[in-house]
Write a protein that binds this ligand. Sequence first.
Ligand code: ATP
Ligand code: MG
Length: 755
Amino acid sequence: MINLEELNPEQRTAVTTDERYVLVLAGAGSGKTKVLTTRMAWLIEQGIASPGGILAVTFTNKAAKEMLSRLSLQLPINTRAMWVGTFHGLCNRMLRSHYHDARLPQSFQIMDMQDQLSSIKRVLKLFNIDTEKYPPKEIQSFINNAKEKGARPSDLAPVDPMEAQSIELYHLYQQQCDKEGVVDFPELLLRCYELLRDHPAIREHYQRRFKHILIDEFQDTNNLQYKWLRILAGEQNCIFAVGDDDQSIYSFRGANVGNMEEFARQYAQGNIIRLEQNYRSYNHILHSANALIAENKDRLGKNLWTDRGHGEPLRVNELSTDREEAQWILEEAKSLINEGVDRKEIAVLYRSNAQSRAIEHAFFSAGIPYRVYGGLRFFERQEVKHVLAYLRLINNLDDDNSFLRVVNFPARGIGARTLENLTDAAQKIGCSLALAIGALNGASATKLAQFVGMIMTLKETAKVLTLPDLIQQVIHDTGIETFYQNEREGEERLENLQELVNAAQTFCIEESFESSSALEKVTIAANDDQAFPEQLSALDMFLSYASLEAGDNQAKYGEDAVQLMTVHAAKGLEFKVVFVAGLEEGLFPHENSLKTHGGLEEERRLMYVAITRAKERLYLSGAHERMLYGRSAYTTRSQFLEQIPDEHMKWLCPKTRSYSYSQANRVDTDAWQSAPTTTRKNPFQKGTSNLSSMGSGVQVKDQLFKVGSNVRHAKFGDGVIINLIGQGIEAQALIMFKGVGVKTLALGVAKLEVI
Ligand code: ATP
Ligand code: MG
């Protein structure tokens, strides 16, 4: 039962409105997210919408999870059928159901930004493009900007030869992605938008279904996301958007606060609800935030007040070095924990990822559990990415990025020359790398065949093993386990891999895949959505999850830990105690921002976001001398510290800054690297392999077939044996036929000739 009593009148109006278009425009901590969640529950409870008839866009996967768990506490409903997620997550879900109409393979893979960059580098190399003139990173942002505006290469008109070349590269890159069946992040959205735009039946289906569309953090949507929402809403459906222009912090990624203004003007006119009471923070914190943001010229303007009382003034400290700053944060955090504050109620926020290392080092050395969101992402660690690449290949052999990542990892004697030849052959035939191996000869062809054979064997295995068992098998059979066992710092990597198995285990339990094999497709459909059920396997879902939730899942599950994250990642969250570190000119505000129009105002909004995360206590700090990017440099105080009224601050050091340089304060670079070493047990002692039959020869009808043998078949033409399963007359061969693909043939039946 939903209790509307605890809401204030404006919040209640927002929750129960029957207007088609509504914009809740309100400052931090005023209950926008609460209103949005309560409205979802209210719509369901009142029978105005079914759980499957609601689509809600949140900012992070974490927020989506939290929303669903709150809903299931309030109402006895099956939240699995509900479409609540990030733009990327929701588009991914839609594309999985309509992969065919979206011109994608069923098991299409999602590339993260790093994979995308290596893909672009490959295209540049293949076409002999000068990377000095066309730096891969610039091409990457050219492509992503174009996609975020909804533009395909053919929609773009070049203004000069340079741009014409960039457009051509976009075209070539896209061709490559399509061939491999992979999509980058902006492609998820663009492809989904085009799917709805070009397929009336699908569009109308979803328009009929999602009568209520709700969006959190509306100020940070980009143009394409806005178009996607509009097309889904069509002429009939309701849009309920909540946002805060003072918290628009993603314009560097194409977010456009103008969307919110346009929506307000064109649609929600007269239905703009303002919330002014802040329920999150004490007065000192709130007034500091209000005073700071008032320095910005370009704002819609709003007032926030709270009746929570004054609380404590902000504690401000400047230390000699960034190491001392980190140490001070640690000491303060420790005493808070001793006083009984939960670790997860303490957040340390910073502007740049590079800052996290000093802070991590302090917490790590003191043995205080902490969790880093963003930056050092679990799913971005080398060893985890290697295993994920194997899993991607098992799911889709045509994924060339993954192929290249692991074909010679661990080393199998497959050199750069071989791969160049293979790339050429694939280019000529117009197929993926794996499919082209039949076109090569000699010893290197055998090695490649053995590699593909191993993947095919694992694919067979995946049909009978659960996902965690499959991952364990991959780690063992590919030689990754042995590789890291022999590497100097391999133990920690092996622990991370064990953590990956654990992650898969938890994932399968949460998504009810425990009893299915990794590749078994399960139908996931909302009760009222029989028309387009989704057919997904645990492996499909897990790989999407790994790509999409990279930032959300770094630490051990469920452990109470201090939260470390960038200010960007802290959006929408709240903590009892917040530290904001590195308040120095050039760092926060960041030097890059000073080069762009409106950059400083965006930095100030970011600082506003940082301050307003705190409920009870806020610490602000900086260092006189900082080590960044391998250099140590003197700093000056952030202007933001000057823009907060003194009455709200308590300085823990003399406010006058001393720049005297003492030897004792010098950053000791060696000490940075001397993280304590601990002995860990090998998590993979039990790993076994029982399926590999590679390398064994099979004699059938006087012919000796071996992995790597070139063979001829009357129908499929020439190919190479990539694996043999079973013995004698029963033996089966996996054969990669040139330009045809992999076929499994019974040696006793198929008329094969060794050539
Ligand atoms: P942000 O802009 O940072 O995303 P927000 O506007 O979404 O903030 P919420 O996170 O929804 O704000 O709410 C802030 C806090 O205030 C939450 O802890 C929420 O539970 C609480 N809150 C909101 N409205 C009320 C209310 N009417 N009574 C009591 N607590 C409330
Ligand atoms: Mg919110």
